[in-house]
Design a protein around this ligand. Sequence first.
Ligand code: NAP
Length: 342
Amino acid sequence: MRRVNVAVVGATGAVGEEMIRVLEEVGFPVHKLVPLASAKSAGKEIEFKGQKVIVKELTEDIFEKEDVEIALFSAGGGVSAHYAPYAVEAGAVVIDNTSHFRMDPEVPLVVPEVNPEDIAAWHNKGIIANPNCSTIQMVQALKPLDDAYGVKRVDVATYQATSGAGKSAMEELVMQMKDFFAFKLDESKHEKFPHQIALNVIPQIDKFLDNGYTKEEMKMVNETKKIMHKNIEVSATCVRVPVLRGHSEAVTVWCEKDVDAEGARRALENGKNILVVDDPANQLYPMPVMVVDKDETFVGRIRKDIYKDNVLHMWVVADNLRVGAATNAVRIAQKWLEMESQ
Ligand SMILES: NC(=O)c1ccc[n+]([C@@H]2O[C@H](COP(=O)([O-])OP(=O)(O)OC[C@H]3O[C@@H](n4cnc5c(N)ncnc54)[C@H](OP(=O)(O)O)[C@@H]3O)[C@@H](O)[C@H]2O)c1
C-alpha cells in the first residue's frame, strides 16, 4: 500500500490525540503526519511512532504547503465548515468527525462495518463524514440484527460519558469530584454541561429543538436512516452520566420477523467488530470500564421482550473516543486508501 501524508486537524483534542494513537496502532501507511490545531497549540510536540512531531497552526494554505492527501478533521463544526474546502482544494480527501457535513445528501456518512460501499461517493465533494459517536456503536449492533430479522424500529436511551464533549468536559467532572471530596461541591463551576455532572445524570445533550427532542437525539434518528439506507423509526433519549469514557445504550429493537435471544446472540457474535459479553450467571455484561481503549463494540443483556415476539432488548457499550470517533475515521481512511489504490 502506498504511503500518504495525513493531517489531523484538532490534534491536541480528545479525538485528535486518539486518532494519532490509532493511526500508529493499526500501522496506517503514514508518510508524513501533519498535526494541526489552533495558534495556541502551535509549537507543541506530540509523539508518533517514537518520533517527536511539532503541532502546526491550522491555516487555509497548510494543506497545500504540506501536500496533505488525507485530512482527518475533529476541531468542531465551524472549523470544518471553513477549512475542509481548502483541504479538498489542495487535493486531499477530508474525513470529518463533526456534524457539519453529515446530513449533506452529497456527502457519504460511513460506518465501515455497515455501509463501506458509500465511501465511493467521496468524489462528490471530496468529503466523507463520520457519524455521531452514539449512532456509530448503535448501527454496528443493529446491522447483524437487520440482516437476520429486518429492523423496523429502535427505542434507545443513552448513558454518555463526559469525554463525548471534549477534554475540558472530562476535566469538569474531575474538578467537581475533587470539590466534592473537599466539601465544596456547591461552589463548583459548570461550563461544559448545563448542570453539575458529578454524582448526577443530565437528560440533555446539546440544545432542545421545537419537537421536544435534543439535537443529539435527532442526530441518532436521522443518521441511522442515512447509514442504513432504510426508514427505520428511531426514538432516542440521550443522557449524560458521570463517566469519563465509554458510552452505554439500552436499545429496544422492533423487528419484522420474530426474534429469539439465542439467534440474535449468534447474529451479533458474527457481526463485524462486535464482542458479545452476555453471561448473566457470572454477572458478566459490558460496562464502560471494560471498553476503554478497545476498538470493538460490546453487546450484552440480550433478551427477548416479555410481551412481543418480534422485540429484542440489548445493552451496547463502546469507547466513544475510539469506536465513536477515531477508530471509525481511521477505518474509513483505510477503506478509502484500499479503494483508491485499486
Ligand atoms: N469526543 C467525542 O467523543 C467525539 C465523537 C465524535 C465527534 N466528535 C467531534 O470532534 C470534534 C472535536 O471534539 P473533541 O472531543 O476532540 O474536542 P476537544 O477535546 O475540545 O478538542 C478540540 C480540538 O480542536 C482544536 N481547535 C479548536 N478550535 C480550533 C481552531 N479554530 N483552529 C484549529 N484548531 C482548533 C483544538 O486545538 P487547541 O488545543 O489548540 O485549542 C483541539 O485540538 C467536535 O466537533 C466533536 O463534536 C467528538
